[in-house]
Design a protein around this ligand. Structure first.
Ligand SMILES: [Zn+2]
Ligand SMILES: [Zn+2]
Length: 258
């Protein structure tokens, strides 16, 4: 049994709870420690129940709560992409930071790593498996490739970035260099790119999809949902029957996907 709960997701901060029968993992701890505690509380959990924290990359929206977390629970094992071990160790004040480059194990969960294309020192997406079941989360990647399709294909549920609507981004108030950064191959996946990626996953094991890391300024939950749903409709895939689509929120703890 594997469960994924988006505790909060978006440009302000990201945190996803991954659970098996015996193991609880937090994937990223962005936003504030207080918000994180409240989100955990809503799932009847406290920091004591968390066996490990897995970090995607060193941007603030993924690690903001780390220093406070380690102040109150110093002994949590923290797994990070190898190139950012020193950066995270310094910023978290934790002696329990371990760099990963390949697969690793947390409790009864096997974790596989996908290298994202993002403008950080390193950034990883992760696939979590127990027995023959897998779920994955990949955000903060400016493009996708066949390797990512193959990485996601065995999963029953995936959380994917659907960061921005291209028109909203280009017509919005962001300065031009920032618009270029976000839409570059080292930025974030747009709704359209997310739809293209999900189209390649039709016919695979993927039956539940969480759209995540939505931009507060350049996207809406409706736009992201509609873009992906239209792609499914064109391919005769019925949302709610053949595949279930969820949108992770910045402000509300999401539904648990199992
Ligand atoms: Zn980032
Ligand atoms: Zn991010």
């Amino acid at each position: 049994m594997l469960k994924l709960t988006p505790l909060f997701s978006g440009s302000r901060g990201n945190c996803t709870l991954i659970q098996s029968q015996n193991t609880n993992i937090l994937l990223d701890v962005g936003y504030s420690y207080k918000k994180l505690l409240l989100a955990l509380q809503s799932k009847n959990l406290t920091p004591k129940d968390i066996h490990a924290i897995v970090i995607t990359h060193e941007h603030d929206d993924h690690i903001c709560a780390l220093p406070m977390w380690t102040k109150y629970k110093m002994d949590t094992q923290i797994y990070v992409p190898k190139p950012i071990v020193n950066c995270i160790a310094t910023r978290s004040y934790s002696p329990f930071v371990e760099g990963v480059s390949g697969s690793f194990v947390v409790g009864d969960i096997a974790v596989d790593v996908y290298e994202c294309s993002h403008d950080s020192q390193a950034c990883c997406g992760y696939r979590f498996s127990v027995d023959n079941e897998s779920i994955a989360s990949v955000t903060d990647t400016g493009c996708y490739n066949d390797e990512l399709v193959a990485f996601l294909a065995p999963c029953k549920a995936v959380q994917l970035e659907s960061n921005h609507d291209v028109t909203m981004l280009m017509q919005g108030r962001y300065p031009y260099p920032l618009k270029r950064r976000i839409s570059s191959p080292f930025g974030h996946l747009s709704n359209d790119q997310c739809a293209e990626l999900l189209q390649k996953l039709i016919g695979t094991s993927v039956k539940k999809v969480v759209l995540a890391h939505l931009s507060e300024n350049n996207n809406t939950a409706e736009l992201a949902f509609d873009t992906i749903n239209k792609m499914y409709q064109k391919n005769n895939v019925i949302e709610g029957k053949d595949v279930q689509l969820y949108v992770a929120s910045q402000h509300t703890v999401g539904e648990t996907i199992d």
